[in-house]
Design a protein around this ligand. Structure first.
Ligand code: SF4
Ligand code: FES
Length: 243
């Protein structure tokens, strides 16, 4: 497979120059062994087109900034090898998020807004003691929180979600996962009713139509439908027994 001539069809549009309409631009590139899309895009920018816009920070599936539509599916460019793709590769920016230019989108503002809307922090009346002992937690609880915390906020689940594509106010799987994380955490003293007032709505758990693309396409393989089911279960318990 090495030594193939790859054709990369890349979406081009710069919102700062609206007089130039959006278009697809084709580039050709000789594949090298172990080439990732991160390497391919950097090579294109260095050798063929310095105006190409895309985002990378960590190059190791940690920062979430390189997510894009790769042959129509949201994924991280830094962990996608060209050898796993056909000779012709189409790259588009993630939908739903504000386009910065070409393949670069602004996921930060979107995630920040939702963090504020869902109050994604521990609510407690306890005073923080910087020198105090760390609060103990049993292992299964700590592991469940860790599972939810593996989200790198790449936005793939949001871009893949039919509801999020149709409705700007839908929280999406990443945030229902975040809500699950705080419901599990015994340090968060928020009454359940306060949480469900925000997420027990059409913008929250009831907006999901169960197509499961989020679960299929999360590059971190977080069980997103399981997290959604957990939030719904907690809500039902809160409704029945006030737990
Ligand atoms: Fe990305 Fe998965 Fe987090 Fe969604 S839940 S933002 S797909 S890591
Ligand atoms: Fe950080 Fe790809 S560059 S996740």
């Amino acid at each position: 497979m090495a030594d193939r001539l790859l054709t990369l069809e890349i979406f081009r549009y710069n919102p700062l120059t609206p007089n130039i309409p959006p278009r697809m631009q084709a580039y050709q590139l000789r594949e090298t062994p172990g080439m990732s899309l991160f390497i391919a895009l950097n090579q294109l920018r260095e050798e063929q087109d310095p105006s190409l816009m895309f985002d990378f920070v960590c190059r190791a599936a940690v920062c979430g900034s390189c997510a894009m539509l790769i042959n129509g599916r949201p994924n991280l460019a830094c962990k996608t090898l060209t050898q796993d793709l056909p000779d012709k590769i189409t790259l588009m920016p993630l939908p739903v998020f504000r386009l910065v230019g070409d393949l670069s989108v602004d996921t930060g503002v979107w995630f920040r807004d939702l963090s504020l809307r869902t109050e994604s922090w521990i609510h407690t009346d306890k005073t923080f003691e910087a020198q105090g002992l760390e609060e103990r937690m049993d292992n299964p609880t700590a592991l469940s929180i860790y599972e939810a915390e593996r989200c790198i906020e790449c936005g793939c689940c949001i871009a893949a979600c039919a509801t999020a594509n149709m409705r700007a106010d839908f929280m999406g799987a990443a945030f229902l996962n975040r809500i699950a994380r705080f419901l599990i955490d015994p340090r968060d003293e928020r009454p359940a009713a306060q949480v469900f007032e925000v997420v027990g709505t059409d913008e929250g758990v009831f907006g999901c139509i169960g197509l499961m693309a989020c679960d299929d396409l999360c590059p971190m393989e977080i069980p997103l439908q399981g997290q959604l089911a957990f939030v719904r279960r907690k809500m039902a318990l809160a409704g029945l027994w006030g737990k």
